[in-house]
Design a protein around this ligand. Structure first.
Ligand SMILES: NC(=O)c1ccc[n+]([C@@H]2O[C@H](COP(=O)([O-])OP(=O)(O)OC[C@H]3O[C@@H](n4cnc5c(N)ncnc54)[C@H](OP(=O)(O)O)[C@@H]3O)[C@@H](O)[C@H]2O)c1
Length: 219
């Protein structure tokens, strides 16, 4: 797949490296051409830095890996408002979380819905915001692989993102449409608060076998 990475920081390089190693053609862009070139070098393989104006034409799927504060600028840079990403799968990895409180910065909606409003016609999927970039690729046993909860409105985009997550070594759980993104984004704040309280979030959620789950046990 032709994977475009919008962003040149830690997550951009971690995901880019894993997908390039899995055989995807990776292009990277950002507000700084110097940083994009450096990121492409860190990703390695055939990864290439491209100018923002050339980005959309080169990609089937886009990963948005920029700071919340830079989201609007980054999408504008690649012409998203003009429909450059129309019909493309766009993965939003942003954490719009106040690290001090764990609260989401948007008072309503979600970063992913903000991306969907800014990127005309894009098929936005919220994914990959909960796990640190260094988690990928996961190479351990498949029955212990990270489960990446995702949401979005277009089945083919969800399927494409599921395939990309599988190439990272992860498993996917589709939890709903894009209106579920706020819940997914709140989960990141929850994780941060559990860590800040001195506990491993892995142990802060119940161990539930979905095969034995029913509404009676949920109450
Ligand atoms: N790092 C992780 O493991 C991880 C995991 C899951 C989710 N995330 C989320 O992924 C996003 C990126 O995280 P990161 O760790 O990769 O951050 P990072 O290393 O600090 O990189 C931030 C990226 O955002 C860009 N940026 C910052 N302010 C901008 C602005 N005003 N306009 C345009 N671009 C701007 C930076 O561009 P310049 O290079 O030009 O400054 C850089 O490409 C964040 O939302 C973060 O919460 C990160």
């Amino acid at each position: 797949m032709n994977v475009g990475i919008l962003g040149t920081g830690n997550l951009a390089t971690a995901l880019g490296r894993a997908w390039a190693a899995a055989g995807h053609a990776v292009v990277v862009t950002g507000r700084s051409s110097e940083n994009a070139s450096r990121a492409a070098g860190q990703i390695g393989g055939t990864a290439e830095a491209v100018g923002p104006a050339d980005f959309a034409a080169r990609v089937d799927a886009v990963v948005v890996a920029v700071a919340w504060e830079g989201l609007e600028e980054a999408l504008a840079l690649v012409g998203a408002a003009d429909g450059s990403l129309n019909g493309r799968t766009v993965i939003d990895c942003t954490n719009a979380v106040d690290f001090a409180t764990g609260q989401l910065k948007p008072t309503s909606g979600s970063a992913a819905e903000f991306v969907a409003r800014l990127a005309r016609g894009a098929h936005v999927v919220k994914a990959l915001h909960l796990f640190a970039g260094v988690s990928w690729p996961y190479t351990g046993a498949q029955d212990s692989a990270p489960v990446v909860a995702i949401c979005g409105d277009q089945p083919e985009a969800l399927e494409r993102v599921g395939a990309l997550i599988a190439d990272l070594g992860g498993r996917t759980a589709v939890i709903g449409g894009l209106t579920s993104a706020r819940q997914l984004e709140e989960a990141a704040g929850f994780v941060m608060r559990v860590v800040a309280a001195g506990s491993n979030p892995r142990f802060a959620v119940p161990d539930v076998d979905p095969a034995s789950f029913n509404t009676a046990t949920a109450n």
